[in-house]
Design a protein around this ligand. Structure first.
Ligand code: IPE
Ligand code: IPE
Ligand code: MG
Length: 256
């Protein structure tokens, strides 16, 4: 590497040659992991990692749009993340507050429709109101569909969905024989969205941690040791290149 390139923001790396040849996934899901360890490695508090991770979310939306990805779903706070220290959870809530307000402008800039998935009732009322305002403001944008999973857990989503479905059956709106895969999907937080084509998890862990267990049934997985705050366009292009090498058979047999 030339000295002049040291410290050059990775977003400026020219990936255009590769990008032009890629088959871009329609829907990318990302488990934004590694903020805390990334910060610790720099001798900084975990909260610093969350701030940088949040800033990276803005950049990645620009990159997704530029590459032609139509749907992006990110895992930002799980139903299990409440177990963390009060200090860390409070810091994350503060970040969400700021980000959700800022996201109105980002949605306008990228013409992106923003939707929050997860049980938002657990959040303070001002956060819930910011979510509603953002969703309402951005609902007609179609360039990018951006889903943020907040207080999301796949098992919780399925449990809440079944509860509503059971009520509809009890009320006589749905006959038990009419329950199909298509019908139950309509009860998940992701109703109406296509399933992810590519799942990326940063920072080396190779597990789902309760993210989209139903929706990821036929998704291609990509795990990278890169921590979320360092995951940039170049890394995204690498992930999409790997996705391009996959042979998606959906249980069938590839024709010779
Ligand atoms: C992901 O980073 C962000 C959230 C879960 C909120 P982590 O906070 O999990 O960072 P690590 O995995 O501990 O490094
Ligand atoms: C999953 O990461 C949740 C989010 C990225 C929001 P965690 O860091 O909470 O998951 P585990 O604890 O490593 O499984
Ligand atoms: Mg983690």
């Amino acid at each position: 590497m030339k000295y002049s390139e040291v410290g050059k923001p990775a977003q400026q790396v020219d990936t255009a040659g590769k990008e032009n040849k890629m088959n871009v996934p329609n829907h990318v899901a990302i488990i934004l992991d590694g903020n805390g360890r990334w910060a610790k490695a720099k001798g900084m508090p975990r909260s610093y990692g969350h701030v940088k991770g949040c800033a990276n979310l803005e950049t990645i939306c620009d990159d997704m749009k530029a590459l032609g990805v139509k749907y992006l779903t990110v895992y930002a706070f799980s139903t299990e993340n409440w177990k963390r220290s009060k200090e860390e959870v409070d810091g994350l809530m503060k970040l969400f507050r700021n980000y959700l307000k800022k996201c109105i402008k980002i949605s306008e800039k990228n013409k992106m429709c923003v939707r929050v998935i997860g049980d938002i009732h657990a959040f303070d009322s001002d956060i819930q109101e910011s979510i509603q305002r953002l969703e309402e403001y951005s609902k007609d944008f179609t360039e990018l569909h951006f889903q943020i999973a907040l207080n999301y857990g796949g098992r919780d989503e399925i449990t809440r969905g079944i509860r509503r479905l059971a009520q509809d059956v009890k009320d006589g709106k749905i006959a038990p024989e009419a329950i199909s895969e298509e019908l139950v999907e309509g009860y998940w937080d992701t109703a109406g969205l296509p399933d992810p084509d590519l799942l990326i998890r940063t920072s080396g862990e190779q597990r789902l941690s309760n993210f989209l267990p139903w929706q990821l049934a036929y998704t291609e997985f990509y795990f990278t040791p890169v921590a979320w705050p360092d995951f940039n366009r170049e890394e995204l292009v690498k992930a999409i290149e790997k996705y391009n090498e996959r042979d998606r058979r959906y249980g069938g047999v590839k024709e010779e």
